[in-house]
Ligand binder design. Structure first.
Ligand SMILES: [Zn+2]
Length: 557
């Protein structure tokens, strides 16, 4: 045997042994590029597409957990700043899965911050958790039926996003642990998003300072992501409180100074001014305190405004106008006025490199396979709500949303503040039905059904894959920051609407939740007894007709 041959045989033996070694997991999918890097650098490089496929399998394997989280949060039906059952339930799951949980962040008792891992990159997954007042609705039925009359519900679908983030995080964490990959996973809740009242505070308090990328998720009707400025507005949410003098409304009303008069005059002033504001603005108000009874001149009254526009500059301009109108109303009524910032949302700007990477993952994952029952249910809801087109659930991806040169008006989300602090994208995932009404009971109908469960699982696969992109590809993190520094913030400086002394409005919704808490508790989902919430509620999904309605209809002459 020549020396060469001996060496060759030894080499062959080493290769054969190492291939069978149990410590070395076989790659799920071959990736020649990754292997080439391996040979050159001799550092362990894991095939990325293989890991993504594995993460997707893991997410699929957690479908039961996804369903339980979605159904549980749906049943808690908690409003902003009062998400305490939600907090208890979710943080327990996170702790059981090795996350370190901090409760009560930024002076917000229902908030929390969960972290796992160490080193860079730091990837923060966020999603909102709060519900909508008076949107209590039985899920899985295609007719109006409140579970509890007048109670809150998930009339937008914020009960789904945390299930998405948690399952994605667990899947990626397991892979990172096995492969010894560096990186930190953060999970955080959008508390009181329906009041747009916390993310600017998280940002103010430096919560995103060491974060490399925020992957935010929001319920929708398709899988999509965008970059740049999207459609929609930013806002300032502000309460004006007037202070007057009480008096007997009949015996000596001239001794009174009505705070309610000031509120009404302020609203009249603003409503006249509307005609002369740019049509892209949106503004609305509710009177949160209009006095106690008619025969007592109201010494206190409060009105709560949302002032929305496309740019931060315009929001500030309209806010200054509102302030002058408030002062004018106080002058007219000889009352005094004070104001309080309740919420804020900067106009959003999403990160292009991260969005492009995520869009590739969206294409790879695709939309869920809907059953005929899902489609029948979705069409029934669209029929019920008078949708423009009865098209059922999405079966085709819509593609990436390009930056809007001139965004049109619409809603706001305080993820905007996060997006000006660190590279951020929002993944929209298909857990709800298109063309219903948001902030309305109709948007709760599908949110504890297989539509929500499957749409959330699809979204989790996209987030897991994008996390792996960020962890495995340092160039993507660099690109994200380059875009953030050189393009997004080159000419625009973020200046929060929230000052150092503005406290979060944590008392909001406490009275409503206190009123309904016991009734809601009777409806909490019990996964130890029932496979799904629909089963617990005795609903035969999709339940299109009210039970007994057919017989009744037949009896009616
Ligand atoms: Zn929302």
């Amino acid at each position: 045997m020549t020396n060469k041959l001996v060496l060759f045989l030894i080499a062959l033996l080493i290769v054969a042994c190492s291939a069978e070694s149990p410590e070395e997991p076989a790659p799920v999918v071959d990736e020649p590029e990754a292997e080439a890097i391996h040979e050159e650098t001799d550092t362990p490089v894991v095939p990325l597409t293989g890991l993504k496929a594995e993460a997707a399998e893991k997410v699929d394997g957690m479908q039961k957990l996804t369903q339980e989280i979605i159904d549980s949060l749906f049943s808690f039906s908690e409003l902003g700043f009062q998400e305490f059952e939600t907090q208890r339930y979710l943080t327990q799951i996170l702790e059981e899965n090795g996350f370190t949980v901090e409760l009560g962040v930024s002076g917000i008792p229902s908030a929390w911050w969960a972290t796992w891992g160490s080193g860079k990159p730091v990837i923060a997954l966020g999603s909102d958790v709060d519900g909508i007042p008076k949107s209590s609705q039985m899920p899985g039925v295609a007719y109006r039926q409140p579970m509890i009359e007048g109670a809150p519900g998930h009339g937008e679908g914020h009960n789904s996003g945390q299930a998405l983030n948690i399952t994605a995080a667990i899947a990626v964490k397991e892979i990172m642990e096995r492969e010894g990959l560096a990186g930190t996973i953060v999970l955080w809740p959008g508390i009181a998003e329906e009041l747009v009242a916390t993310k600017a505070w998280f940002a103010r308090d430096g919560r995103y300072d060491d974060v490399d990328a925020v992957l935010f998720t929001h319920v929708s009707n398709n899988l999509r992501v965008g970059w740049g400025r999207p459609r929609g507005t930013g806002l300032i949410s502000v309460e004006y409180s007037f202070d007057g003098v009480a008096a007997h409304g009949a015996s000596d009303p001239w001794r009174g100074r009505s705070a309610l008069d000031a509120v009404e005059l302020m609203n009249v002033g603003w409503n006249f001014r509307r005609e002369h504001l740019h049509p892209l603005q949106r503004s609305h108000y509710v009177i949160v305190d209009g006095g106690d009874q008619p025969n007592v001149v109201p010494s206190k009254a409060t009105v709560w405004y949302f002032i929305r526009e496309i740019t931060a500059e315009k929001i500030r301009e309209n806010f200054a106008t509102l302030q002058r109108i408030a002062e004018g109303a106080a002058m007219m009524t000889d009352t005094s006025v004070s104001r309080r910032i309740v919420g804020a949302a900067y106009p959003r700007h999403f990160n292009k490199p991260v969005a492009l990477a995520m869009d590739e993952n969206i294409k790879a994952v695709g939309l869920p396979e809907w059953t005929e029952d899902d489609q029948t249910f979705a069409r029934a809801l669209q029929e019920l709500m008078g949708a423009e087109e009865i098209k059922g659930l999405a079966t085709e991806l819509e593609g990436i949303e390009e930056a809007e040169e001139d965004p049109v008006s619409g809603g706001s989300d305080d993820i905007g503040d996060v997006s000006w602090n660190t590279p951020t994208v929002t993944l929209r995932f298909p857990a709800n039905v298109d063309d219903l009404q948001f902030h309305h009971w109709s948007s709760a109908m599908a949110m504890a059904t297989p539509i929500a469960h499957k749409g959330t699982t699809a979204g989790a696969k996209v987030i897991a894959a994008t996390m792996l992109d960020l962890i495995q590809d340092p160039a993507l993190v660099e690109d994200a920051w380059r875009y953030f520094r050189e393009e997004q913030t080159a000419d625009v400086q973020y200046e929060s609407f929230v000052g150092a002394d503005d406290e979060p409005a944590i008392e909001k919704n406490a009275a409503i939740m206190a009123q309904f808490k016991d009734q809601l508790a009777a409806f909490y989902y019990d996964p130890t007894k029932y496979d799904t919430y629909l089963e617990q509620l005795g609903i035969d999904y999709p339940q299109l007709e009210r039970p007994g309605s057919e017989e009744e209809a037949a009896e009616t002459p």
